[in-house]
Design a binder for this molecule. Structure first.
Ligand code: 5RP
Length: 217
């Protein structure tokens, strides 16, 4: 089964978590786009959406669903998003689509984080997917040197600025044995806005599409 069909299936399973009258947080990326595409089915249940990117905001609004700010919503009962990798502990690498900072903010503000992936993204050890780090421009070389010290190979994402006007340094070659420790170490580097490692606040529920059914972890 192709990747896109798996995304549609896992997104359909995530819709089941939406309850009546809820404000929901929505992430970014192609799996999330499959979710938004199917929101018509549950639209009457959704009070409003807190969005993690300009792209998501545009798509949600195109469905005539209200988008509100986090400062208006307060805590959010449910956040739904995709990921680039997950381990068995539901610790994630995110940010392939560049929306990691707002995604991390909305995830932290949410009581339940439902993450949708296909089985190719479920790994024993995080790090095969290059770890995205959002960085304030002037700190690019500083952050890169620190990531080399941590065993990585940092590469600037070319011709790319985030929704917050920052750069992204994608770090290859990491074998992440201690995700929480690494997340804290990267957070401590001056100029780092956000690391795409979602270990301190990982997913609560991981939905994995394998082509024939959806496994829930
Ligand atoms: C965007 C993300 C996405 O959730 C992640 O990149 C997965 O994307 P896709 O669903 O397109 O595979 O973190 O910042």
């Amino acid at each position: 089964m192709d990747q896109n069909t798996k995304k549609i299936q896992v997104a359909s399973a995530a819709l089941e978590y939406i309850e009546n009258g809820q404000i929901i947080g929505i992430g970014s990326g192609s799996t999330v786009n499959c979710l938004i595409e199917q929101l018509d089915k549950v639209k009457s249940k959704i009070d409003a959406v807190v969005s993690s990117s300009e792209a998501t905001t545009k798509l949600v609004k195109s469905k005539n669903i209200r988008v509100i700010d986090l400062k208006e919503s307060g805590r959010i009962p449910l956040y739904i998003d995709g990921a680039d990798e997950s381990n068995q502990h539901k610790q994630l690498i995110k940010g392939g689509g560049g929306a990691l900072t707002r995604e991390k903010i909305v995830a932290h503000a949410s009581d339940k984080f439902v993450c949708m992936i296909d089985d190719s993204k479920l790994v024993d050890t995080l790090g095969s997917f290059p770890l995205p780090i959002e960085v304030i421009g002037m700190s690019q070389s500083l952050v890169s040197l620190e990531m080399i010290k941590l065993g990585g190979r940092p590469v600037l994402r070319e011709n790319y600025l985030t929704d917050n006007n920052n750069i992204i340094v994608d770090t290859h070659n990491l074998q992440i044995q201690q995700p929480i420790k690494l997340e804290q170490e990267i957070n401590n580097i001056p100029g780092v806005v956000t690391t795409g490692l979602f270990a301190m606040r990982g997913a609560d529920i991981l939905l994995v599409s394998n082509g024939s059914n959806i496994d829930e972890l």
